[in-house]
Design a protein around this ligand. Sequence first.
Ligand code: ATP
Ligand code: MG
Length: 226
Amino acid sequence: MSFALEVRDLRHSFPSAGEVLRGVSFALEPGCVLAVLGPSGSGKSTLLHLLGGLETPKTGEILWANKSLHGAKQDALSARRAKEVGFIFQHHYLLEDLTVQENVTLPSMICQNPNPTRATMLLERVGLQDRIGAYPRTLSGGERQRCALARALVTKPSLLLADEPTGSLDRANAERVFALLVELAHLEQAAVVVVTHDESLASKADRIIRLEDGEVQQIEDTKVQG
Ligand SMILES: Nc1ncnc2c1ncn2[C@@H]1O[C@H](COP(=O)(O)OP(=O)(O)OP(=O)(O)O)[C@@H](O)[C@H]1O
Ligand SMILES: [Mg+2]
């Protein structure tokens, strides 16, 4: 079986917080959207950071496209991450000296495959076509979030990790952005892990994991007919 992402018995702790993840395992096929639900402090952002190789788990293993991150050299991991993984952080970091269009195009330039056409297409899809020349400081919170989403998608990542990408959006925009994630995942066969507090949006994903106190309480397949 070919998986875009596989996680085996992941455990993590911080000295000040103790055990934050207590044995998380799951696997995602290409094109599968997984929603992660759970109360504040349950370990969702920590899980996403580990999945992206930004932090090393205390024990357990993570595989991107069936290839383990375990023991990978930092340079090799960074190169793979830039090419294969798109990130939307909970606190969306845009570069303030670059315009919206430049922010979105940047990851494709870092991968030496500049793709301003895709950047423009994505900015249209998230409804920012009129703001492409704007600087981030002039954007609203929701506009920044949509810009961060377009930026995460510009390299056509095979794995997208999104931490509450609809947190600052109104209902209509949240639904639109979530639908775009699901559509692109299915179309481009990207696996998506999306953290959300919104049950109704989560139900649009293919699968749902509920985290509680660092443990997976439940994995649901939303497409299974009851
Ligand atoms: N870098 C860190 N150092 C120490 N403790 C941390 C660190 N990052 C997270 N924690 C702790 O780990 C636990 C899980 O945090 P995490 O950010 O993963 O939660 P979350 O589920 O994303 O919450 P929220 O819904 O509020 O974003 C919390 O108790 C938090 O205080
Ligand atoms: Mg979080």
